[in-house]
Design a protein around this ligand. Structure first.
Ligand code: KG4
Ligand code: ZN
Length: 351
């Protein structure tokens, strides 16, 4: 089954062609980062308009790269939420119009399920069951995953998401949006041990997270350095490193707890923050000690992309799931309300 995947939930237009037998055939991404950078964050109306401009040319591009035409497509998957409603509507409208014209099924896909399944696109994908840490700009969640659509929420952030904390810290340090990769790059120059930031909610049991206190701690540290005239480049790098180390430690402690609690031997990390090198290294070390393994996607499939939507949609379309006549756009959508697949997916990964 050849599936066209469309991602337009936020500030990246992503398109991909995934074939159930041959795997990923082509993918393309247009990032609106430069457009939103002037505003210090995503401007929803500008995002929607740019998806309108870029989506069809990207569809043409992936079809040409894969040497296929519209007539070869068997189904269309698009991101139905969570996300910016106007941006979601662009992808949903194009998907439904194309599906109607071609007489093929269309399915709205959950963006976080897309992220969660992105490591399945890699050469050594994880088998079920596993624990997933979803860390993006809007979500920080620990989920037990027994199969596609079989999700048990183990814990989540009670306030800011990890990616959001990175973005806000970037702003405090005078770095551009999106902040995650920029804070990480600045932290490379940092001196370990000059500052020590708190590891929120690690001193009590449970798998929930909180990053707003850490954000305030960072702001207070930046302000104090500024007031004393000490906020030079080295100090900014030292603060970036202390912040990153605190986030990585906190996430690592909770992941270890989740693995111990569930008895799972596999940890999957997904979403934009899973591209973070220090986080990957910390989790590799922790899982190795537990005799467990950690799985993640290549960096370009950690952040938003069309390939993950094509893959997730393909699994569900093959199981017979599809939209009715209506475009689905759900700005807020808990992932554990998704239906399970009616049958095991065809990649033989259920153990
Ligand atoms: O998954 P994603 O592309 O979009 C959402 O669904 O939110 O995640 C974007 C988030 C942003 O907050 C960005 O700053 C963060 O992921 N991010 C990173 C890194 N790359 C992206 N955070 C830390 N380190 C990175 N290398
Ligand atoms: Zn995302």
């Amino acid at each position: 089954m050849l599936i066209l995947g469309i991602e337009t939930s936020c500030d990246e237009t992503g398109v991909a062609l995934y074939d159930s037998a041959q795997g990923l055939l082509a993918h393309a991404l247009f990032s609106q980062i430069d457009m939103h950078a002037d505003y210090g964050g995503v401007v929803p109306e500008l995002a929607s308009r740019d998806h309108v401009r870029k989506l069809l040319p990207l569809c043409d591009q992936v079809l040409a790269e894969a040497g296929r035409t519209c007539a070869d497509i068997d189904g269309i998957a698009y991101t139905a939420g969570p996300g910016l409603v106007g941006a979601l509507m662009v992808g949903g409208s194009v998907a439904h119009a194309l599906g109607f014209a071609l007489g093929i099924p269309v399915l709205g896909v959950h963006h976080m399920e897309g992220h969660l399944l992105a490591p399945m696109l890699e050469p050594a994908p994880p088998a079920f069951p596993f624990v997933a840490l979803l860390v993006s700009g809007g979500h920080t969640q620990l989920v037990r995953v027994d199969g596609i659509g079989e999700y048990e929420l183990l814990g989540e952030s009670v306030d800011d998401a990890a990616g959001e904390a990175f973005d806000k810290t970037a702003k405090m340090l005078g770095l551009d949006y999106p902040g995650g990769p920029r804070v990480a790059a600045l932290a490379e120059q940092g001196t370990a041990g000059r500052y020590r930031f708190p590891r929120p909610m690690t001193d009590r049991p449970g798998l929930d997270f909180s990053f707003s206190g850490l954000k305030t701690f960072t702001l207070n540290t930046v302000t104090a350095a500024q007031d004393s005239g000490a906020l030079d480049q080295q100090t900014r790098a030292d603060i970036a490193l202390a912040f990153e180390a605190a986030v990585v430690d906190t996430l690592t402690i909770k992941c270890r707890r989740a693995l111990e609690q569930t008895g799972c031997k596999r940890l999957v990390i997904a979403g934009g923050v899973s591209a973070n090198k220090r986080l990957r290294a910390g989790l590799e070390k922790m899982t190795a000690k537990l005799g467990a393994g950690v799985f993640y996607a290549r960096p370009e499939f950690c952040t938003d992309n069309g390939a993950m939507i094509a893959y997730a949609g393909c699994q569900r379309l093959m199981a017979g799931q599809r939209d009715g006549d209506r475009i689905v756009a759900v700005p807020r959508w808990p992932m554990n309300t998704l239906p399970p697949l009616s049958r095991a997916c065809d990649n033989g990964l259920v153990d």
